[in-house]
Ligand binder design. Structure first.
Ligand code: AOF
Ligand code: ZN
Length: 383
């Protein structure tokens, strides 16, 4: 199977471009007098912190991946730390522990603005103040309103603070988390498998299999990176899918590692449907409104929805502009009749076409996988 560039462990497969990295004012506010820019050793330490943040095996959700480095006054590394997942120490605290007494008077370089809140752990801003650090350099401003404000707290305590250094690179480490925090809804990736003539089932409704085994294994790999798999009630009735993440031998991941299965719509469901088995958690959202479904999922701490269909649900999301990325598996095959991959979008004229930006085209077994992103003002002008 082809492993695409940009889809290796630790990199969001959907992304190339950094999302916005928080309000501009918060960056300017955090700059204190006398130190206009980060030094070379700080920038080097920051890129080290970004690498540590991506330590393999660290979960990408629900918390961001964060790395930190402690430098003494000649720029030598005296401590490193990273966050290992919700409930464990934040990166700054992990690095302070590793530096011990050498943290006093030191510079702490961290990939995310230190938090200001008591969540699962106490506020890092206070921990940095208590440790007696002299200076803090961070990359991404914290887009999470619950935790933000650490830079101002540090500055008020007399600590030099520099923010926004390598901010775009840092935001890419936690792309979907950043998006969800900023937009107050999960990032949506729509997955479809289609023939060249845009069909996802034959005239009699059969759809297994349009794409080959490599593409199907790829779906499971990418599905595992999301925290919710969303389908409409129509898909449950038509296909009775399991919607779990399974390995190539069809063995499912442990239940607590499975994305939440979400069925939306108001049609009655058979309680014996496979989606209600105990391989993974399942929730039913009795709504047809994509916006409503996404805001409900956001309140349930979902940050990345994998939208699997069917055509009516996909059309509803497309019409509302709520598809952020598309993963399309295209089989070199034709059906000529049968269910379309997407239902009516209300487009009657070519100037209303729903166009995306093509990010990647990769051969996967005997099929092609296209990765598309929402078109932005920047890419529209680029031609
Ligand atoms: C992390 N790791 O290294 C930093 C974080 O409620 P909590 O304790 O889980 O805090 C989570 C929030 O804290 C997170 O959304 C982010 O805004 C902030 N900083 N979080 O998980 C870290 N520095
Ligand atoms: Zn923190």
């Amino acid at each position: 199977m082809t492993t695409p560039a940009g889809a290796g462990p630790g990199r969001p497969f959907t992304g190339r471009r950094a999302p916005n990295t928080g309000p501009r004012e918060s960056r300017d506010q955090t700059r204190t007098k006398g130190f206009e820019v980060a030094s070379n050793s700080e920038i080097l330490a920051l890129s080290h912190a970004l690498t540590i943040a991506r330590t393999p095996g660290v979960p990408a959700r629900p918390n961001p991946r964060v790395g930190a480095v402690v430098l003494d006054d000649v720029g030598a590394v005296v401590g490193v730390g990273y966050h290992r997942g919700a409930g464990s120490a934040h990166a700054e605290v992990d690095a302070l522990v590793s530096a011990g007494d050498r943290a006093r008077g030191a510079t702490v370089v961290v990939s995310l603005e230190p938090c200001n809140h008591t969540g699962r752990t106490p506020p890092c801003a206070q921990a940095l103040i208590d440790a007696g650090v002299r200076r803090v350099v961070f990359a991404q401003g914290d887009p999470n309103p619950v935790a933000a404000g650490g830079a101002a707290t540090l500055a008020a305590a007399g600590i030099e603070v520099e923010g926004g250094v390598l901010a775009d690179e840092a935001a890419l480490i936690n792309e979907e988390w950043t998006f969800a925090m900023q937009e107050r809804r999960p990032f949506v990736t729509w997955k479809l498998a289609t023939t060249l003539d845009g069909r996802s089932a034959a005239a009699d409704g059969t759809s297994q299999w349009i794409t080959g085994p490599a593409a199907r294994a790829d779906v499971h790999r990418l599905r595992a990176r999301c925290d919710a798999v969303l389908v409409g009630t129509g898909t449950i009735a038509a296909d009775d899918p399991r919607l779990t993440v399974r390995d190539p031998d069809d063995v499912p991941l442990a239940r607590d590692e499975q994305p939440l299965r979400v069925v939306m719509g108001t049609r009655d469901l058979d309680s014996q449907a496979k989606v209600f088995d105990d391989t993974a958690d399942t929730t039913v959202l009795a709504t047809h409104d994509p916006k409503h479904a996404l805001s409900t999922l956001f309140t349930r701490h979902r940050q990345h929805v994998w939208l699997e269909g069917g055509p009516t649900l996909a059309a509803a999301f497309l019409r509302d502009g709520l598809v952020d990325a598309v993963v399309a598996y295209v089989a070199p095959a034709f059906l000529g009749a049968g269910r379309h991959a997407v239902a009516d979008l209300g487009v009657t004229s070519i100037d209303e076409i729903r166009r995306f930006e093509l990010v990647e085209a990769t051969r996967v077994g005997g099929d092609v996988r296209l990765i598309l992103r929402r078109e932005t003002a920047m890419t529209r002008g680029a031609g």
